[in-house]
Design a binder for this molecule. Structure first.
Ligand code: NAP
Length: 299
């Protein structure tokens, strides 16, 4: 609880629980397949935030026994170089999952890159096949951030079924998949974006508000319905500090529950990526069922 009474939905403890379970599955996989599950991050041109993100992923993997590494291409790399690198990873039997660090340089078409990933190794759900599976309600790989935004509600015991939800942001990696997941959980969902008229009016009607716009302070307490649950996906650097898209102080005075930034959706995103990786490894390398040995007829 915060001083104002809004419950803090923190991702750290949930992420730890998830990592403990993943570590067990990784250890079983390694013992039965003779190698650790493998993850590679493709990174095109290094800037400071992506370096921090990369180190976080590598550290998280090392903790649970995943063999993680990265393929680094120069910032001037051509589209063909990036897609060739992805095809090499697709063909590498020791690599079970691949993540492409976003954003890509503007000269490289996102469509060409997402098409080049093997959907079976696409643990951040960017390939059109996985996006389509989500849209149709079938199992596939989910974009980890959108997955985390909804999983933090589920694992915190927040009721979703039948509730009015607003998602602010309609990107293919966060907003839309979060909206589809909420619909799958039986919420009634409105998706808002930069052309939405009367954003405050939509937010005021919502019992659950998921904000993924990349605009610091976009949602304030004055816009919220009293008792709303707020999931802040935004990560913005303001005056050297990481802040979300929600004005935390005013929002927590009105909300019944709210995710902090940092410490809310972020830690869960990283932990869920590990679960996607071990599932990818298990699906590509299922344990052989024991071969039935025919009984020998004896005279
Ligand atoms: P994005 O591709 O830039 O999409 C932003 C979305 O927000 C767009 O749909 C945009 O509308 C909408 N939007 C922008 N300004 C708005 C406004 N004033 N009112 C209403 N809607 C507005 O960003 P993204 O990749 O989805 O990421 C969203 C946020 O999540 C960013 O802060 C990013 O850093 C963060 N993020 C967090 C994690 C995590 O692990 N927590 C991971 C990835 C990203 P239009 O479509 O009309 O342009």
């Amino acid at each position: 609880m915060t001083a104002s009474g809004a419950r803090l939905l923190e991702g750290g403890a949930i992420a730890e629980e998830i990592r403990t379970a993943v570590a067990e599955d990784v250890s079983t996989f390694s013992a039965t397949r003779g190698r650790a599950p493998g993850l590679r991050v493709v990174i095109v041109g290094r800037d400071a935030p992506s370096t921090v993100y990369l180190e976080r992923i590598l550290r998280g993997c090392a903790k649970v026994g995943i063999d993680a590494g990265f393929v680094e291409l120069e910032g001037e790399a051509t589209e063909a170089l990036v897609t060739d690198a992805l095809r090499a990873l697709n063909a590498d039997a020791t690599v079970d999952g691949v993540i492409v660090q976003m954003p890509l340089p503007p000269t490289i078409r996102l469509r060409a890159v997402v098409d080049a990933i093997d959907p079976a190794k696409d643990i951040d759900g960017i390939h059109p096949l996985n996006a389509g599976l989500l849209r149709l309600g079938y199992d596939g790989f989910l974009p980890a951030t959108a997955h985390a935004a909804v999983e933090i509600l589920r694992r915190s015991g927040i009721e979703i079924e039948g509730r009015d939800a607003v998602v602010i942001g309609r990107s293919a990696v966060v907003g839309m998949p979060a909206a589809f997941l909420l619909v799958r959980e039986d919420a009634t969902v409105t998706v808002c974006h930069s052309r939405t008229r009367d954003l405050a009016g939509h937010v005021r009607r919502a019992e659950i508000v998921v904000v993924a716009a990349g605009v610091p302070g976009l949602v304030t307490g004055a816009m919220l319905r009293p008792g709303a649950v707020v999931v802040d996906v935004g990560i913005n650097l303001v005056d050297g500090r990481i802040v979300g898209d929600v004005d935390f102080e005013s929002a927590r005075a009105v909300a019944s529950a709210i995710t902090p930034v940092p410490g809310g959706v972020g830690p869960l995103t990283n932990a869920l990526l590990l679960t996607h990786l071990i599932r990818a490894a298990e699906r590509q390398w299922p344990l052989q069922s024991p071969v039935a040995v025919p009984a020998i007829d004896r005279p």
